[in-house]
Design a protein around this ligand. Sequence first.
Ligand SMILES: [Zn+2]
Length: 212
Amino acid sequence: MKLESDGIIVSMRPFGERDVVAHIFTEKFGVLSGMLRGAVVAKNKPMVGQMGAVAWGARLDSQLGVFHFEAQKNLGLVAMMDANKLKYLNAMFSLIETLLPEREAYPNLYNATLKTLADLNMDSYLQWELDLLRELGYALDFSHCSNCGAKDNLIYLSPRTGRAVCGDCGAPYVGKLFDLPIDLNTTLRFVESVCRGLDVSVPEYRIFLQSK
Ligand SMILES: [Zn+2]
């Protein structure tokens, strides 16, 4: 089996003295994992955040695959000189690695990831995380009150449905509802739900990312 696509390296871990095991988020096939042979000693070392042409092959379906990676540009470079941007990049990449099933395509999220990497800040990150949650079955909806349909006075969000609730309808449930507008602390609660469902821990990079 051989798969070819563009992709972004989202994680690399040393494997022996010369090789690394990498996760690459590809446009056509979602997250792929495999070996980058000789990555530790290569002249042009592959790096997390690099985007490029990916070829992935495995002899058997269950086997850890082997990558060939041709770097085109380093999308993570801008974050390497800015600790604030790096926080968001690390959170994005760790969520992609932890939450997305392997070999399942998420073309919309791939494009959203490229766009977000080009302009990393709290707002773009929050928007990206809403996109991620939508792909994982938590489509948060702030357009109207899920109870009465009102489009104004939307000050709450239901933790159960992820939908907005107006001030009147929410009044009896204050304390059980999240506040709007949404922030990174609110989306973290939904990320926690996803992680519970998958029986994985919330990535540390995401836990430490808090709204000011
Ligand atoms: Zn209402």
